[in-house]
Design a protein around this ligand. Structure first.
Ligand SMILES: [Zn+2]
Length: 288
């Protein structure tokens, strides 16, 4: 089909007509699917399910079949949907989003579903998500989902506040280049690791020697912390890398010194055990 001869205005009007015909064709198909479903004809025609019929007989792709069956069944309950789909006020993806939302939130009442659909008319997918999130009124932390998508990759989804999202966008802008989520996450982890190592274990690319200032009491100098961390890297007792503390092998209270030889890394639990063995109450030397 060659449309090069059309004037701009006619091209625009024709496009609108084609879009409206497409919406009309969609509702027409939904009615047919609904009726086949009602008569359970797909089993007479030797298909295992309505979905199976849509894919194998109508030639719809799986996602498209799923969307249309969902909408057809909703149309059976809500005839007024037809007009809204025809006019493009609601799309099949709106319906699918609301359907999923109702399933997740155990909303079965038809009036409630109608009310929700009424609130998302003409909204974009993103706006719809936001609206639905507002309706549920429940923030669900920990609704992070993970899906293994290949040998080496997992798709993870997080729920972030607007504030965090804006900050994230700002960082992306500062980096000044297109960056994949994986690369961004690697950068964030590396910088967080550096920050923790620096704060807690006094790691630095530019170490200063102690200037002979006498460090008194049980306080361990940054230089000793740095060297002990580089030497041990993990709990010297169990190998754990969680909740590490600097510990006096010979307790400070028993005359142990703050030297590299006497300081070691222990995890919280091993530290507790060590102090119990020594019969000391609180022994945590420094958690950084
Ligand atoms: Zn340990």
């Amino acid at each position: 089909m060659n449309l090069q001869h059309l004037t701009n205005n006619i091209l625009r009007m024709d496009s609108k007509r084609a879009a409206s015909q497409e919406n009309r064709a969609t509702t027409l198909l939904l009615h047919h699917i609904k009726e086949v479903d009602r008569r359970r004809l797909y089993s007479d025609w030797k298909f295992t399910s309505l979905f199976d019929w849509c894919v194998k007989d109508l030639g719809l792709c799986e996602g498209s079949a799923h969307l249309r069956i969902t909408a057809a069944r909703l149309l059976a309950d809500m005839p007024e949907l037809e007009e809204k789909i025809d006019q493009g006020i609601l799309s099949l993806s709106h319906i699918s989003q609301v359907n999923q939302f109702c399933r997740e939130n155990k909303i079965k009442d038809l009036e409630e579903k109608k009310n929700i659909l009424g609130q998302i008319e003409n909204l974009t997918k993103k706006e719809t998500d936001k609206k639905l999130f507002g309706i549920s009124g429940v923030e669900k932390p920990g609704r992070e989902t993970k899906k293994r998508i290949s040998d080496k990759k997992t798709k993870v989804s997080y729920i972030l506040s607007d504030e965090t999202l804006e900050a994230l966008d700002e960082v992306k802008k500062l980096l000044g280049k297109q960056i994949s989520s994986d690369e961004l996450m690697k950068l964030m982890i590396a910088s967080l690791k550096e920050k923790v190592e620096k704060e807690k274990f006094k790691q630095t690319s530019n170490p200063k020697r102690s200037k002979g200032t006498k460090v008194t009491g049980r306080i361990i100098s940054a230089e000793v912390k740095r060297k002990v961390y580089l030497r041990d890297k993990k709990c010297v007792s169990c190998g754990s890398q969680h909740r590490l503390n600097f510990d006096h092998a010979k307790p400070y209270a028993l005359g142990g010194t703050n030297t590299i030889e006497n300081i070691r890394l222990l995890c919280f639990h091993c530290n507790q055990r060590a102090s119990m063995k020594m019969g000391l109450g609180r022994k945590v030397t420094s958690s950084g």
